[in-house]
Design a protein around this ligand. Sequence first.
Ligand code: 13P
Length: 271
Amino acid sequence: MRIPIIAGNWKMNLGRVDEALAFVRSIRHRLNEIEGVERVLCPPFTVLAAVADILRPTHIGLGAQTMHWDDRGAYTGEVSPAMLAGLCQYVILGHSERRTGRVAFPDHAAQVSVENDTAVNRKVHAALAHDLIPIICVGENLAQNEAGQTHEFVGGQVRAALEGLTAKQVERCVIAYEPLWAIGTGKAATPADANRIIGLTIRGAIAEVFGEATAAAVRVQYGGSVNLENIAAFMSMPEVDGALVGGASLKPDFVELVRQAALARCWSKRT
Ligand code: 13P
């Protein structure tokens, strides 16, 4: 049985120690009490250690938002898997804001890829070697979606990210299907579309290379404008194993969103 996982990707927000600690203190007890879903916070690097300290007595997981693949070296500004191991348990890899270069050139996205398929694959190998669980983001842009290229493009991203892994390693990975046009736009994919892409395209690509049993074991989240109103509909889809939440993870009612997710999954399993 796949345990659902809801992760909050704070992006470049709440990165001062005082604001991060105040926010986490305000939600951690209620978040910790929710059963049936794994819950993970992914704050900026600047507050990882401080947040790790106050999450230690809880079951709430902690993740970073990216990392390099090497353990050390002349890579100014980069953070290595060796630095993260022991500090957190998860790491987001291949987020579209990095794949498209949006983090570097917001007005000229797609000019420079800070994280391409090759880099993501190296990072996935490095994360697993350090016992970090990679949350691997994949997703098509609007033009690809409208041109009917979603299946081919997203399937290709999945195969590239997982290349060279063993089936056992693939089972430890989490994949997040985040269509670019749904991120931060308030225009989420429909739950039925997310279910179809995750089932046919993402599990399909995994099954081709690693077999049906592995495809059935991997947890796949949906991400892109997930909020309190739509989380239950996504969670009641059989292929959707949770969510990667951006904007809605920065507010205290993230706890309520996680509670709704747990409830929806519980009911959909019963019926
Ligand atoms: P939003 O939930 O703000 O649309 O962001 C989604 C996302 O990019 C999570 O990684």
